[in-house]
Design a protein around this ligand. Structure first.
Ligand code: PEP
Ligand code: MG
Length: 322
């Protein structure tokens, strides 16, 4: 058994479904690792790096390298999935002094901003490569909408690798993935899957963009639900495309930590659920108690695909308890 600073949970709890899924933590800074460790996270499935950029000045390459290295080293032998900058929309970086936009969620956000500011993107990618020697590292790009964007981001990652090596640093291997959080990406998932090692589904934005509901607007909470059959259909499309291409898929939006949806994700064969650390015990408990008869997984997925409303989805999933 491998030793880890993020400890293994009690093996008496292990069930076959639990064994087939990685339960990882979403974090915004290294200071959240102790709580992830307390709840036995099997690595970090989403490291939201934009929190490093929320101060009055931009973090240097060295600052970033240190932050990434400390998370990667603490999680080893589990993997740390570092998400490249997702500034814009709900996440602001005062030091960037960005112009106000009419529709920030549809604007120069995430990769779009990184392409507009290649200096910032290059520095971050260099820092990730420099930190990658500390343990298993994966990188993923947010808000990918087209294959061209994904290829541009991968080219920037490779350019940063070469630059770092030319400067005499050693680098590790990095798995390269993308978030699927825009409906266009979900619908072309079979093409995108050829370009990456994994998908991570960002259900917060996927729900927002599919249902045209502002995720920040609390008066729309009732509509802003991942149980809408349209969102779940997209998740099925993504998961099937990933399986056909032989790559792994995770969920890293809030839905990943929602025990009501755990049976659906298990039936689909989702490989990793990454969530706020406090959700880990609930999802682990749900998975431990879950059992599927032969054929039941396929039947559950096809019944979900047949649902017309959120209520029908909730009724189906209620068979598996809270
Ligand atoms: C998501 O959109 O589901 C996601 C995980 O990213 P964020 O919440 O940081 O936008
Ligand atoms: Mg998102």
């Amino acid at each position: 058994k491998q030793q880890s600073t993020i400890e293994q949970f009690d093996e008496a709890e292990v069930s076959p479904l639990l064994q087939s899924m990685t339960l990882a933590a979403n974090i915004g800074s290294p200071s959240e690792l102790p709580i992830a460790k307390k709840f036995f996270a099997q690595g970090v499935g989403l490291y939201r790096t934009e929190f490093l950029f929320m101060g009055d000045s931009l973090p240097s390459e060295d600052d970033q390298t240190e932050a990434y290295r400390s998370v990667i080293a603490t999680c080893a032998p589990h993997t740390t999935v570092i998400r490249t900058l997702d500034i814009g929309g709900d996440k602001q970086a005062p030091a960037l002094n960005l112009p106000k936009e009419q529709n920030p969620f549809l604007g120069v956000r995430a990769l779009r901003l990184c392409f507009a500011r290649p200096d910032i993107f290059h520095t971050q990618l260099r820092a990730i490569w420099r930190a990658s020697c500390a343990g298993p590292t994966a990188v993923m790009f947010p808000m990918v909408t087209t294959i061209e964007e994904l290829c541009q981001a991968k080219a920037a990652l490779e350019a940063a690798r070469q630059a770092v090596i030319a400067d005499g640093y050693s680098v590790g291997d990095i798995a390269v993935g993308m978030m699927i959080e825009v409906p266009s990406a979900a619908l072309i998932a079979k093409h995108l899957a050829k370009e990456v090692d994994f998908f991570s589904i960002g259900t917060n934005d996927l729900t927002q963009y599919t249902l045209a509901v502002d995720r920040e607007n609390s008066s729309l909470n009732q509509l802003n639900q991942p149980y809408h059959p349209a969102v779940l259909q997209l998740i099925v499309t993504i998961s099937q495309a990933a399986h056909a291409a032989g790559i792994w898929t995770g969920i890293c939006g809030e839905a990943g930590g929602d025990p009501i949806l755990t049976p659906f994700f298990a039936a689909l064969g989702i490989d990793e659920l990454s969530m706020a650390p406090g959700q880990l015990p609930k999802v682990r408990k749900k998975l431990t108690s879950l059992h599927f008869d032969p054929g039941e997984k396929e039947e559950l997925v096809s019944s979900i695909l047949d649902c017309a409303t959120q209520d029908e989805v909730r009724a189906l999933l209620s068979r598996y308890g809270d």
